[in-house]
Design a protein around this ligand. Sequence first.
Ligand SMILES: *Cc1c(COP(=O)(O)O)cnc(C)c1O
Length: 367
Amino acid sequence: MKVPFLDLPTLSDEVRDDVVNRWNRVISRSDYVLGSAVAEFEHEFALYCECKYALGLASGLDALKLILRAYGIGAGDEVITVANSFIATALAISAVGATPVLVDMCDFDFNMDVSAVAAAITPQTKAIIPVHLYGQPADMDPLVELAKEYGLYVIEDACQAHGARYGGRRAGSIGDAAAFSFYPGKNLGAFGDGGAVTTNDPVLAEKIRTLRNYGSSVRYHHDELGENSRLDTLQAEVLSVKLAKLDGWNERRREVAAWYRDALSDLPDVVLPSERAESEHVYHLFVIRTAQRDKLVQFLHGRDIGCIIHYPIPIHLQKAYASAGWTLGDFPCAERAADEILSLPMGPSMTKEQVDYVAAAIHDCFG
Ligand SMILES: *Cc1c(COP(=O)(O)O)cnc(C)c1O
C-alpha cells in the first residue's frame, strides 16, 4: 500500500465535472478578473464564516498584508505573533515595514501562548495575529479581552482553519479581521493560489476592496497606492464548488483523526494532538509528537507513507530573520516542538484501511 500525505487528485475528481462546466461558462463570458463569480463566492464565503464581508485576494499572504496596510500599520509599529507558524505570518508584518514580535507557543495545542502576550506589548504594539494552527483555533477569548484592554487589533491567521469553530463561532469571525489562504492543499483550496479577508468592519472591507484593485474603486481614479491582488474568477468558481463540500470534508477529517486516536492511543512514545473543549478542530493537519521523530520519518517513508514536518524551523531561527536579533533558546516550546512534531497523512478521502496501515507502521517502528 502507498499512502500519500494528501490525496489531492482524488479530491479534485470529486469536483471536476462541476468545475469544468463552470469554467466553460467563464470562458464564454470571459470575465476573468473580478468577474461575477468572485462576488458570488465572496457572498457565500462571508455567509459560511458567519461574517458580514469577504474579499477575494491573490493569496493568504496578501490577505494578512492588506489587513495590516488597511489598518495603517507600518514602519515603527510592532505586531505580535507566534514563533511556530508558516513564515507568511511574520513576512506579512515585515512586508508592511512593521516589526514582528514573537511569543512562544503553548504545548497543549501548538497555538500562541496567550499568557505570554501581555509581556510582549509595548507602546508601539498595534495588533496581535494569533494563528489557528493545524486547524484548531487559538484561545481567542482571553486574547480578545487583552487586545481590548490595550486598544489593539486582533487579526486571525485562519489560513489553516476554514470552517473551524471556537466557542461556537467560526474561525474568521472572532477577531477584527481574518486572513484565509486557498492554496491547493488547504482545507478549502483552489486550483492555484488564492486568499480572502473576512471581517464585520465595513470600513476595512471597503479599504481592502480598493487596495486589492490598484487603489481604485472608480476605474482609472486611484485614491490609494494600491496593489494587484485579486482572486481569479476561475479560482472563485472552484472555491464555490468546493465550499459546498467543506463541512462534509471537515467532518471526514475529524473521523480520520478519531481513527488515528483509536489506533495510536496505546503507544507511550507518541503524543496525540489535544483538542480545546471550546474548539471544533478541522484537522488541516494531524500532528503527533515523539522524541524519536527522525527515526519515525525514515521508517514511514520506507513504507511509502507520506509525512511532513510543519515546521522544521521556527520563525525566529529562519535564515531570513537572521538580522532580527532572535537566538536559539528564545522560544523553547516552539524549538522543542520543531524537533518532535510530525504531520501524518490526512485528508477527507482517507480510508480506515489507510489509517490502519499508517498506525501499524508506527507500531512496528516503536515495537
Ligand atoms: C498557507 C498559510 C499562509 C499563507 O497563505 P498563501 O496563500 O500561501 O500565501 C499564511 N499563514 C498560514 C498559517 C498558512 O498556513
